[in-house]
Ligand binder design. Structure first.
Ligand SMILES: Cc1ncc(COP(=O)(O)O)c(C=O)c1O
Length: 359
């Protein structure tokens, strides 16, 4: 088995509580238990309450649209507000599935780069990329792959920028906030959503990270209560949920959702793993910026050719993603979802690899 994994996949058995929740939800309580399920009321309510608690924003039940994970929530958001030919801005390094989702919706990807020292959004670059065809800016915090959580001041400045740019181009620019990791936050930090600052935000969430169960497809798209015209958007979104191929979670997951909302994976265990890697790699000479959330460490490659470097790790059975895959060469991404044993076994390989490449 590989020593460190590429994807944010589990490498330990799922917790009993997760399994028991699904087992309970499997027992039919009426003859409609496995009937077609659209936006199930109990699931929507549980999701809205949980979002209210997390963000201190009074999300309403009817503004939660259940989806098969974050993928479908992002696709649904794009198709709700953008017309073919519209431009969608997002920042590199990105989650690499934005581009296909944008292209599949008939939209045009426009890429800018984050500040590669702080991993913060480059607001000047975003502003410069806006044209009269801009319809959406995607923001992902906590970020995959950098682990950065954008601070509230930055989100407030982004909101001002988008408000002014929308007025300038005389067309509303929407923000799609990809919050797949909004429960995976370290050091007791408080996560802030762009939805707290910019009312024209569509919030995409996935339970796949919170329970480290990405094969169980459940998530949602949420509109904040301050979103103008959200009543008019409702039939468009529910129509799309069907037209995109019934992108609702399975009945079983919808029944389980109120209980699933009550727990998450052990984030402190992930944090300990982060600390172990940050300390050990730092001691070897890697320049690691500790992630504030998400499942990843995005580390500057000790040599400019990140592919050559990740290959030298792969020869030692340590598998990480090179930065070229995120369109930011010179970095590599480690996944914290590797188990503790895998992390420990990887450390000598990281040491040998950096020594091999030292002048
Ligand atoms: C930033 C980001 N957004 C969205 C997703 C999609 O999540 P899911 O597979 O649970 O739909 C992922 C999954 O890796 C992700 O990393």
């Amino acid at each position: 088995m590989s020593v460190i994994s590429l994807f944010g996949n589990p490498h330990q058995m799922p917790p009993d509580r997760y399994v028991n929740t699904l087992r309970d939800a499997l027992t039919p309580k009426n003859d409609q238990w496995f009937a077609y399920q659209a936006n199930g009321e109990a699931a929507r309510e549980a999701a809205a309450e949980s979002l209210q608690r997390l963000l201190d924003v009074p999300f309403r039940t009817e503004d939660i649209y259940l989806t098969t994970g974050g993928f479908a929530a992002i696709a649904l958001a794009l198709k709700t507000v953008a017309d073919p030919g519209d431009e969608v801005i997002y920042s590199l390094p990105p989650w690499f599935l934005y581009e296909p989702l944008i292209l599949e919706a008939g939209l045009v990807p426009v890429k800018v780069t984050v500040d590669t020292t702080t991993f913060d959004l480059d607001l000047d670059a975003i502003e410069a990329a806006i044209t009269e065809r801009t319809r959406v800016v995607i923001v992902n915090s906590p970020n995959n792959p950098t682990g950065r959580i954008y601070p509230p001041e930055l989100l407030a400045r982004l909101a001002d920028l988008l408000e002014a740019a929308s007025a300038r181009i005389r067309r509303r620019i929407y923000l799609v906030s990809d919050e797949a990791y909004n429960r995976i936050v370290f050091d007791g930090l408080r996560f802030h959503s762009p939805a707290e600052f910019y009312p024209h935000t569509l919030l995409a969430y996935s339970y796949g990270k919170t329970h480290l169960s990405p094969g169980q497809r459940v998530g949602y798209l949420a509109l904040p209560p301050a979103m103008p015209h959200r009543d008019a958007m409702r039939p468009a979104i529910t129509g799309l949920q069907v037209a995109m191929g019934w992108v609702y979670p399975n009945a079983l997951l919808q029944h389980a959702l109120p209980e699933l909302e009550k727990f998450s994976i052990d984030v402190s265990q992930l944090q300990r793993r982060r600390d172990r890697l940050v300390d050990a790699l730092g001691g070897m000479g890697y320049r690691v910026q500790p992630p504030e959330g998400s499942f990843y460490l995005y580390v500057p490659s000790p040599v400019p050719d990140d592919e050559a470097f990740t290959e030298s790790l792969a020869r030692r059975d340590v598998f990480v993603f090179p930065g070229v895959l995120f369109e930011t060469p010179g970095f590599f991404r480690i996944s914290l979802t590797a188990n503790d044993d895998m992390v420990e076994r990887s450390l000598p390989a990281f040491k040998e690899a950096i020594e091999e490449h030292r002048p």
